[in-house]
Design a protein around this ligand. Structure first.
Ligand code: NCD
Length: 315
């Protein structure tokens, strides 16, 4: 299927075909990072700006490496020392950047909807690298890519998403993407961390981790988003960890092929023990590697790439 969208803002409004196109394109790009010279000219002459208004290490690094492996010219705007502190609006900052004829803006912002707002107001392509508690589409795409590589077809597969569902853009994007591809999603958390009406998104809800993981093909452990909580939603981290954290004891009887995922950053000993994070079920570092291929694919597609002809990928 040919890609037609200017931006990547969410998975809610993508079709299963569009999601599959991104994943298939990512598969072609995966190989580039295994070469001695890890670079192709697919985005040569294009300028990409990474505009991060929230702290990020892994997502920003992943986008920057993806852009460089596609031969794009890259500018990182360090917002904490930029004109935001001087009172400039988001749109003014971005319109200024657009006056340099940039091609793609990758934005992370604490306000939900800011990538959509920009996309409607500028000609450059916008990629959402996480907006508030709304969506984090490239994270979900790399999670789904990892699941597809390990499990094959996702139709009918049982995926448990565990943790702070209420504040998690990763959970929301995963739910949209996985359900569109036919997977069965269960969200697992204490009642205070599950949004009301979440069943309307087509997921099951469980408050028992042991029950949910017993039938799961994969479990995605989320971080407790303490920075987004306005009040304490559970008695203590120790108690949370005892009930909802994944440790060796809880997974000792599960089949070897049951996958443990985590988007990072990990709080070892809270939502996941160090032994499980580094253990045989874990695909956490595979997710990171796959994230690069997925972000290369998204950058390539929104920047107008269509053919995956060997010539466009270079050698
Ligand atoms: C996630 C995020 O920022 O939403 N992390 C990430 O993208 N690497 C998840 C999180 O912060 O827990």
């Amino acid at each position: 299927m040919a890609w037609t969208k200017k931006d990547l803002l969410d998975l809610e409004y993508l079709t299963a075909e569009e999601i599959t196109t991104i994943l298939d394109t990512a598969r072609s790009f995966y190989e580039v990072s295994t070469r001695t010279i890890k670079k192709v000219p697919a985005l040569r002459g294009k300028t990409v700006v990474n505009l991060f208004y929230e702290a990020s290490t892994r997502t920003r690094a992943s986008f920057e490496i993806a852009e460089k492996r596609l031969s794009a010219d890259v500018l990182n705007v360090n917002v904490s020392v930029s004109s935001v502190t001087k009172g400039e609006t988001l749109l003014d900052t971005v319109k200024n950047l657009c006056a340099y004829k940039i091609d793609v803006i990758v934005i992370r912002h604490s306000v939900s909807g800011s990538p959509l707002y920009l996309a409607r107001n500028i000609e450059a392509s916008v990629i959402n690298a996480g907006d508030g508690a709304h969506e984090h589409p490239t994270q979900a795409l790399l999670d789904i890519y990892t699941l597809r590589e390990r499990l094959g077809e996702l139709k009918g597969r049982q995926i448990a998403i565990v943790g702070d569902i209420a504040h998690s853009r990763v959970a929301r994007s995963n739910i949209w993407g996985l359900t569109k591809l036919g997977a069965k999603v269960t969200v697992v958390a204490p009642p205070t961390l599950v949004p009301r009406d979440i069943e309307r998104m087509g997921v099951a809800v469980s408050h028992r981790l042991d029950e949910a993981i017993a039938r799961a093909d994969a479990v995605n452990m989320l971080r407790i988003q303490r920075e987004r909580e306005k009040q304490t939603l559970f008695p203590s981290l120790r108690e949370y960890s005892k009930l909802f954290g994944l440790d060796e004891e809880k997974i000792k009887d599960l089949p070897e092929g049951m996958l443990v995922m985590h988007p990072g950053p990990i709080n070892r000993g809270v939502e996941i023990s160090g032994a499980v994070a580094d253990g045989p079920h874990s695909v956490i570092l595979e997710q990171v590697t796959n994230g690069l291929a997925v972000r290369m694919a998204v950058l390539f597609l929104v920047a107008g790439g269509t053919s995956l002809h060997p010539e466009s990928l270079g050698t």
